[in-house]
Design a binder for this molecule. Structure first.
Ligand SMILES: [Zn+2]
Length: 401
């Protein structure tokens, strides 16, 4: 049975231990020691990482009465061997901040707003708390942040007691304990008391800073997303850099950026509208001009054009602005990139196209795919080198029909 010294010595980083077993564990290897400072995953807190001898502990989990230290490869350790071990302190302290921060937050939400915590997740990027509400307002978020950070500023003491469930009144806890018998109670001064098996900082001041960065819907409730501890400082620094870049970009002060951005969005919408009108006008003019100078085959104007070099997306615009009141057949190609060519075939007025013949005789020339229905067909081809043959063959089909 592993002696779990992480509870008595949550700030110790190095320890000596004797190897009690080396065994395969799924696709990894596990080592048990006679004692450990590594906290095994539980209660939403991830398992510790560190070094055992010269081997990297990638995770720590519970294994019955033992604590399993996991390794990617089989470590060359022997049972009975004494090893020096070191905790990955940055990793551990980060999660001590996340976990203690979550206690502070759940306590504040319960005390100040009567909000219960449903579940918690301490992720690699942020900590989330799912609450028993379908909405938490901006004003409530501000209040939660204010009280949580006030608890941090007051640097309150946090302590743990092991008590039998008969020794205390479960009604005094923020939430009912999930286990029976001996219970580990975690108390934050006179603010919060709850049963918990995790690792906490000794004082609230060590949590540093708490910031709510989002509210997400989940299973009919909401989940609050928090940056806690060093992560909150990193996030603040990152946001400062973004604001700094935006103030330069807009030549505006911080509080003016949103208004500036809204104005730019409106301008872009207006410009897009204007561009769309110009494109439509251009497409109509191009087709009308081509029809004016086109050859006539049995009273039908024949337009066959390679529009490579024209603005991209032109064929799509032409497809929506085909002329009316004139009999025509058009075949247009436009190279999109060195490896693709867009095609469009259409008819108007009394003219018609035998598309089955087009497909069987022309498609292979440009490796065409696509289709449509009378009077419009379009698609993309992959053999750019076949453009000229495609246009010539289309002309031939129309002249012989
Ligand atoms: Zn805890």
């Amino acid at each position: 049975m592993t002696e779990r010294t992480y509870y008595q010595k949550p700030y110790e980083k190095n320890w000596e231990a004797v190897v009690t077993a080396v065994l395969p564990h799924k696709k990894l290897w596990a080592v048990t020691l006679d004692s450990t400072l590594c906290y095994p995953e539980g209660g939403g807190q991830p398992g510790d990482r560190g070094v055992c001898g010269s081997y990297t502990i990638i995770d720590t989990i519970k294994g019955g009465d033992e604590v399993l230290h996991l390794f990617a490869d089989k470590p060359k350790l022997k049972v009975g061997e004494k090893v020096s071990c070191t905790l990955d302190w940055d990793f551990r302290f980060d999660y001590m901040q996340q976990h203690t921060g979550q206690h502070i937050l759940s306590g504040v939400m319960y005390r100040e707003l009567g909000i219960d915590t449903v579940s918690v997740h301490q992720g690699e990027t942020y900590t989330t708390i799912e609450v028993d509400r379908d909405e938490v307002s901006g004003a409530e978020i501000e209040l939660i942040e204010h009280h949580a950070n006030s608890m941090i500023t007051r640097n309150l003491e946090i302590w743990c007691d092991e008590k039998s469930d008969e020794e205390f009144d479960a009604g005094t806890l923020r939430r009912a304990p999930k286990v029976k018998g001996m219970i580990r109670l975690v108390t934050i001064d006179d603010c919060d008391i709850v049963a918990c098996g995790g690792i906490h900082t000794q004082r609230t001041g060590e949590v540093g800073l708490i910031s709510c960065i989002g509210v997400e819907p989940i299973r009919g409730r909401v989940r609050l997303v928090f940056m806690i501890g060093k992560r909150a400082y990193r996030d603040y620094r990152e946001k400062n850099l973004i604001i700094s870049e935006l103030t330069n970009l807009y030549s505006a002060k911080q509080h003016e950026i949103v208004t500036q951005a809204q104005q730019k969005v409106e301008q872009i919408k207006e410009l897009q509208c204007q561009i769309s009108m110009i494109e439509k006008h251009y497409a109509q003019k191009l087709i009308n001009s081509a029809l004016a100078s086109a050859d006539e085959v049995q009273g039908v104007k024949l337009v066959v054009l390679d529009l490579t070099g024209e603005p991209s997306g032109l064929l799509k615009i032409i497809s929506k602005t085909l002329p009316e009141g004139v009999s025509f057949v058009i075949c247009l190609l436009q190279e999109n990139s060195p490896s693709t060519v867009q095609w469009l075939i259409a008819s108007g007025g009394s003219a018609s196209i035998d598309f089955n013949t087009v497909r069987s005789e022309l498609f292979s020339l440009i490796g065409a795919k696509g289709g449509g229905r009378p009077p419009l067909w379009q698609g993309v081809g992959t053999k750019v080198e076949g453009k000229e043959s495609f246009l010539a063959a289309f002309t031939e089909i129309q002249k012989r029909s």
